[in-house]
Design a protein around this ligand. Structure first.
Ligand code: SAH
Length: 347
């Protein structure tokens, strides 16, 4: 079995090179080539033929193939479906804002968290993504779209903290100055609230933005919507958020998808404001996106307005997330693994 070299940091490549008697000072050069998206050692033209052959015998370079690319006619949002080496597929979304281009990446093939309103979890978890595969989502989206990526959100398919080690390694890779060099403050990680992993992440004291998919301020509603709440509970989640904020100094975001008749009452708005104030969080409201297989619908415009004014009256900051890529099913919670052979055309 060949080793996945694109999941390795320069110092790890260095160690591997010295183990096989190759000059270790080449590691940085190799890492830089990989971060530019070369698909074979052959392309590393400033390495000797001998070294290229030795590398090829021991290491593999992941490089996904685009199976489908959809461009939104409404706002130019691009959704990619990439085929991985083992035939699995993942989705990546590129969004353009005034302040730059953001890529939304998947962290797992499927998801096992089972949120009742989300399409990504239908069919469960297939497998974790490797660090290299997450890096490829950013890298090849940038190369194919021609849009330089300035921000990354881990808000596609999967629960990032359920694939903790690979996600942390990916963040180190994409943040590396010799690599894509995306600043920590330009990376957002979103979680359904795995409190024990939030504490573990806090210990690393990374300067990334942590988003909590809260979606309900009370245990009864939250446990109905999000199985991850059972056995943990809202109070424990808020305590973990406070600890995270105290340790890192980074303000947390709450994601709150507004669902008609479920989590959009005035009482829930008051409670939500209270929780946000407790841990200095900013609230991102998202009118629920319609998912065919799910029974839930978005809140009404009137309820949304009322909800926002209650948040304001109770001293909490909130913004409403702009919907992008609505016509290509690229909006929050609409991504899901589709069979690669459903008659979609190659780019
Ligand atoms: N598992 C992580 C990462 C997924 S991010 C998490 O739960 O945070 C995707 C975001 O979209 C999450 O906030 C998720 O709760 C939200 N989401 C899922 N389905 C949605 C839908 N139908 N409408 C709006 N948001 C949705």
């Amino acid at each position: 079995m060949k080793t996945d070299i694109k999941s390795m940091l320069p110092e790890e490549i260095e160690a591997a090179l010295s183990e096989i008697g190759e000059p270790k000072f080449r590691a940085k050069q190799i890492f830089t080539w990989l971060s530019r998206g070369v698909r074979a050692f052959e392309e590393m033209s400033d390495l000797s033929k001998k070294l290229r052959t030795a590398l090829d015998e021991r290491f593999l370079i992941t490089s996904p193939q685009p199976i489908r690319k959809q461009v939104s006619e409404l706002d130019g949002t691009i959704k990619y479906l990439w085929e991985l080496a083992d035939g699995n597929a993942v989705e990546t979304v590129v969004m353009s804002y005034k302040h730059g281009n953001t890529v939304c990446i998947s962290t797992q093939v499927g998801c096992r968290q089972g949120c009742a309103f989300c399409a990504s979890t239908i069919g469960g978890l297939v497998r974790n993504l490797e660090p290299s595969e997450m890096l490829d989502e950013v890298l090849f989206s940038q190369i194919d779209s021609g849009h330089e990526i300035s921000n990354i959100v881990l808000m596609g398919i999967g629960e990032p903290l359920d694939n903790y080690d690979n996600v942390i390694q990916f963040i180190k890779l994409v943040n590396h100055p010799l690599g894509m060099n995306i600043g920590m403050r330009h990376i957002s990680l979103s979680t359904c609230g795995l409190t024990e992993k939030i504490d573990k992440l806090a210990e690393l004291n990374l300067q990334l933005t942590l988003s909590i998919s809260l979606h309900a301020p009370d245990d009864e509603t939250r446990s109905k919507l999000m199985p991850a709440n059972k056995g943990r509970g809202v109070a424990e989640l808020i305590s973990a958020c406070k600890r995270y904020f105290e340790r890192t100094g980074r303000r947390i975001s709450f994601e709150y998808a507004m669902i008609d008749g479920v989590n959009d009452t005035p009482e829930q708005a008051k409670k939500l404001a209270g929780l946000a104030k407790q841990c200095g969080a900013h609230i991102n409201l998202i009118p629920l996106n319609h998912v065919e297989e799910r029974a839930y619908g978005p809140t009404t415009a009137e309820n949304l307005k009322k909800f926002i004014s209650i948040l304001e009256d109770n001293g909490a900051n909130s913004t409403v997330r702009r919907k992008l890529g609505g016509d290509v099913e690229a909006s929050c919670g609409q991504l899901r693994r589709k069979a690669t052979k459903e008659g979609t055309s190659k780019i």
